[in-house]
Design a protein around this ligand. Sequence first.
Ligand SMILES: Nc1ncnc2c1ncn2[C@@H]1O[C@H](COP(=O)(O)OP(=O)(O)OP(=O)(O)O)[C@@H](O)[C@H]1O
Ligand SMILES: [Mg+2]
Length: 511
Amino acid sequence: MDNSKGYAIELHGIVKRFPGVVANDGIDLKVRRGEIHCLLGENGAGKTTLMRVLYGLYRPEEGEIILNGQSVHMTSPRAALNHHIGMVHQHFRLVPTLSVEENIILGLDEGTGPLMNFRKTREKISAIADEYGLPVDLQAKIWQLAVGQQQRVEILKALYREVDILIMDEPTSVLTPQEVDQLFTTLRTLVDDGLTIIFITHKLDEVMKVSDRVTVLRQGKHVATLSTAETDKPTLAKLMVGREVVFRLKKSPIKRREKFLEVNDLYALNDRGLLALRGVSFELFGGEILGVAGVSGNGQHELAEVLTGLRKSAKGRVFLRKKEITNCSTREINDLKVAHIPAERIRMGIVPSLSICENLILKKYRHSPFSHGEFLDNKEIEENTRRAILDYKIVAPSYEIPVKLLSGGNIQKVVLARELSEDPILIIAVHPTYGLDIGATEQVRQILLAQRERGAATLLISEDLEEIMTLSDRIMVLFNGEVMGILDAEGANIEEIGLMMAGTRYRGEEL
Ligand SMILES: Nc1ncnc2c1ncn2[C@@H]1O[C@H](COP(=O)(O)OP(=O)(O)OP(=O)(O)O)[C@@H](O)[C@H]1O
Ligand SMILES: [Mg+2]
């Protein structure tokens, strides 16, 4: 001792292999006590895997974990917890039907037995929530909460267990910009109190804003560890991607075609039976991208669901190329060449246990060329997969691998490949670049622009204003289920849009 001084965690030469891939190829990582350390890397770089090794979910084939100078065997998440390590996963693991409080104490010894002291528990949770700015209704059931609130529950759950080290796997990809700011404030308060935080992301802005140091992974290898103050975005982008990155999207002038979609006075209820859409009307033309801006929970989700047949409308009518599709089934709507890129890709976008091949043909295996009579044509199916993997740069060890084992970003690419491969006329894209790294984000944006060029109409729902501004021809702002206005994207003023997102009606000229 004691060259480990100051390091809360040291990982040495971690190797973790899966069939066909080396997810972690001898990775070293040193995290200082009391810092926010970002783990940066492209989709499939090995970030989640490395943190699962640290958290005891995976046993590495090689390598050593040293905590506070001591070598440890991390055999399970319980062992990790005993070492005061907590993790907030990329996909939350709360029980939807239980209350916030029940979820927080779930699995703890004090959570069982008739003598459990609810009052003390509640006081402790409230104290933590107050101290770190994590307000949440303890009696609410998880399913009633927005994603941002669910995340607070996950953080509270870890803090309740008195962790010293908190791992957060892409915590911001489900949050609105305001929630991201709140989270960053909370994280700062936590490190000021002595916690150590590892923060996984592929967003450079976030690295610059929140971290003290940053480690870059590329293709399972450690590339660099830098002090954030001494680096910049272009440097990090280059380290992450392995080449110079240029951000340039070519967007041609709009060539509006016929009216593809007409929505008249649409009303719909949300899952809780409250009105989520109140008289939404708009038109969407071929060759156009209409961006839908708004703070999450203002009806965007329900709008996408009604248009794709997943939710019934309470009132109002929808026409696709003059044909009425109000309350048609998903299958009928899909057959009219409407593509849907859903927000919740794990739950709605894929069948997790099926292979890439199978997921790619989910909607069309009944038809030629994939089947003849009762028989599936394996050669065609394989060829289809090969093309998708090539076109969308899907990183996968094999075609047969269940989709759930792909990295988050690669799952998204499978959904995109399936939905966009058949020349849709209408694309309902909800957060199409959530969870994608810089390269993949740019690629997906190019793809959406190419679809626009081809003449497809796109409804782009996103909370990322920058994304809306770069891609859209017009922007519609939703607030509390109502359209606050629709404006031309060119020359649109961010402040104006911000005001509309907060409930001010557009004062300019309606289009
Ligand atoms: N349980 C598993 N079985 C098989 N392969 C896996 C498993 N988990 C991860 N992989 C593979 O290991 C590689 C690294 O995946 P990982 O999830 O660690 O990436 P990531 O950096 O977190 O990416 P993303 O930003 O997309 O979440 C990927 O090629 C992935 O397909
Ligand atoms: Mg990941």
